[in-house]
Design a protein around this ligand. Structure first.
Ligand code: ATP
Ligand code: MG
Length: 256
């Protein structure tokens, strides 16, 4: 892992005419991320869980995801110290978009891994830098702090990053960490294709969408947002996401 140069040119073996080309291309990106030392083995499995829910949701940005994206854009724009937490999957899938979003909403970027690994952090930081980030938090030897209620080393966060943040975007997060961030008083925004996950249920704003699709919409929304107050109820929105799956399944069952 990590021996191959991340800049090595690769050619996709997936024909664009394949009916599941987009999904397969995203999967391929993640596999390349693994080969480049960015993604943990467990990250590949987590992606598989996401793919399942994407399938059930119809692989589209739903109406309720759009609603959550609007709420997330507003929260990020109004935040005093927003931070975007980046893990291996996010770096492999959307490094460029993360950097662009951070620039638009003036957010800091912190590398924070569930399976902490110094080398992997360095590979992720290198990729983010290649995409134009100057300051990356969460790396040694930056000052760190601990968030309560979690086992080490997952509880270690950057003193000037997540620790000091009022709003944290944690795409593809684990439930325990989401809960700990909530308990630490943060407003938590997440992308999670599984509306039933603990992360989805615990966050303040859950965008039930593939982060690869949803991040583009979030960037657009942040650029265009007119700071209009909107009514947003995460629980209600999650139940709409669950109903979307139910509706899709009922339709498929009728035509099976
Ligand atoms: P939780 O810990 O929140 O209960 P979990 O243990 O089921 O969730 P994790 O492995 O901790 O799952 O987190 C990964 C989450 O990210 C999963 O819910 C998965 O559906 C979601 N996911 C994976 N890939 C994507 C993606 N590309 N876009 C959005 N969500 C994704
Ligand atoms: Mg989990």
């Amino acid at each position: 892992m990590g021996q191959d140069s991340p800049s090595k040119r690769r050619y996709s073996l997936i024909p664009t005419s394949h009916p599941r080309a987009i999904s397969l291309l995203i999967r391929e990106k993640l596999v390349h991320g693994f080969d480049d030392g960015l993604v943990a083995k467990e990250g590949l499995i987590a992606h598989g869980r996401g793919e399942t829910f994407d399938y059930l949701l119809g692989e589209k940005t739903t109406k309720n995801a759009k609603k959550a994206i609007k709420a997330a854009a507003l929260a990020l724009i109004l935040a005093k110290s927003p931070v975007i937490s980046v893990n291996g999957n996010i770096a492999a899938l959307c490094a460029k978009e993360i950097v662009l979003l951070a620039r638009i909403v003036d957010a800091k970027i912190e590398v924070n891994l569930f399976y902490s690994d110094k080398k992997r952090k360095q590979y992720i930081a290198r990729l983010l830098k290649k995409n134009g980030v100057k300051e990356i938090l969460g790396l040694d030897p930056r000052p760190s702090r601990r968030i309560a209620g979690l086992d080490s080393p997952r509880r270690v966060v950057d003193k000037d990053g997540i620790y000091a943040a009022d709003v944290v975007l944690v795409p593809l997060e684990d439930g325990d960490r989401t809960l700990a961030l909530k308990k630490a008083g943060k407003k938590v925004i997440t992308f999670d294709l599984n509306p039933l996950s603990r992360t989805a249920q615990t966050a303040d704003i859950t965008i039930v969408d593939n982060v690869v699709r949803g991040l583009h919409s979030l960037i657009k929304e942040c650029k265009n947002s007119k700071n209009q107050k909107i009514q947003f109820d995460n629980k209600k929105n999650l139940s709409e996401a669950i109903n979307e799956i139910k509706k899709n399944l009922a339709r498929r069952a009728r035509h099976a």
